[in-house]
Design a protein around this ligand. Structure first.
Ligand SMILES: C[S@@+](CC[C@H](N)C(=O)[O-])C[C@H]1O[C@@H](n2cnc3c(N)ncnc32)[C@H](O)[C@@H]1O
Length: 192
C-alpha cells in the first residue's frame, strides 16, 4: 500500500464507506461492461487492486457462471473482501488473494478478462504489471483498466509496448450526463 491511500488500507471498512459515493458510478460502469461482455460459463475474470472487493462481488452476484478473483497488495483489504464475499453468498466463485499484480502466482494464459478500477495510479511498476497481465491473459483475452483520465497515460504507453497498436485503445468513460468526463478506460483486446 502506498502513501496515497491515506492510511485507508489499514481500515477497509472506512475505505469502503469513504469511497462508496465517489466510486459508485465508475463501479456501476465496470459491472455493466462486464455483464454486457456476455462471457461464457466457466470464464475467469481477475480484478487487479480490488481493495474491499466491491466490483468482483457485484459481478459474482450478476453472473453465476463466471469465476472472479480479486488481488490486492493489502492483506487487510483481502481479508475484508473475503468476508464480504462470504456474506454475499458468492465465496465459492469469487475469491481474494494478497498478491502483487507485477508478480502473481497465476499460470500463463489463465484469465479471459482482467479488470481494474481506480488502482492503476497506485501501481509502483506499471510496465511490470502490464507485462504480468500479458503473461496471465489468454491469447484471446481482454484487459480493461478504468482510472482517472489524467492518470492513464503511462499505462497506455506501456500497453502499446506489449500489444500491437490495433489491440490497444483508450475511451472516455462518462459517469453522468452533466458531470465532466473525469474517467477513462484503457482496453486491450489481445485477439486483435
Ligand atoms: C484506490 S484503491 C481501489 C480499490 C478498488 N479497485 C475500488 O475501485 O474501490 C487501489 C488499490 O490498489 C491496490 N494496489 C496498488 N498497487 C497494487 C499492486 N501492484 N498489486 C495489487 N494491488 C495493488 C492498493 O493496495 C489499493 O487497495
Amino acid at each position: 500500500m502506498d502513501e496515497h491511500m491515506l492510511g485507508l488500507a489499514a481500515r477497509p471498512d472506512r475505505y469502503r464507506r469513504f469511497t462508496a459515493r465517489p466510486f459508485r458510478r465508475i463501479h456501476d460502469r465496470v459491472v455493466t461492461d462486464v455483464v454486457r461482455a456476455a462471457l461464457p460459463d466457466g470464464a475467469r475474470i481477475l480484478d487487479v487492486g480490488t481493495g474491499p472487493g466491491n466490483v468482483p462481488i457485484r459481478i459474482g452476484g450478476r453472473l453465476p457462471g463466471v469465476h472472479v478473483d480479486g488481488i490486492d497488495l493489502s492483506a487487510r483489504m483481502i481479508a475484508h473482501a473475503a468476508d464480504a464475499a462470504d456474506a454475499a453468498g458468492v465465496a465459492d466463485r469469487v475469491r481474494f488473494f494478497a498478491e502483487d499484480a507485477a508478480h502473481t502466482s497465476y499460470d500463463d494464459g489463465t484469465f479471459d478478462l482482467v479488470i481494474s478500477s481506480m488502482s492503476q495510479h497506485h501501481w509502483p511498476d506499471v510496465p511490470g504489471v502490464l507485462a504480468e497481465l500479458r503473461r496471465i491473459l489468454r491469447p484471446d483475452g481482454r484487459v480493461w483498466i478504468y482510472d482517472a483520465r489524467m492518470a492513464l497515460g503511462r499505462c497506455e504507453q506501456a500497453a502499446r509496448g506489449y500489444w500491437p497498436a490495433a489491440a490497444v485503445r483508450r475511451d472516455v468513460v462518462r459517469t453522468g450526463r452533466v458531470l465532466p468526463a473525469l474517467f477513462a478506460r484503457l482496453s486491450v483486446d489481445a485477439a486483435r
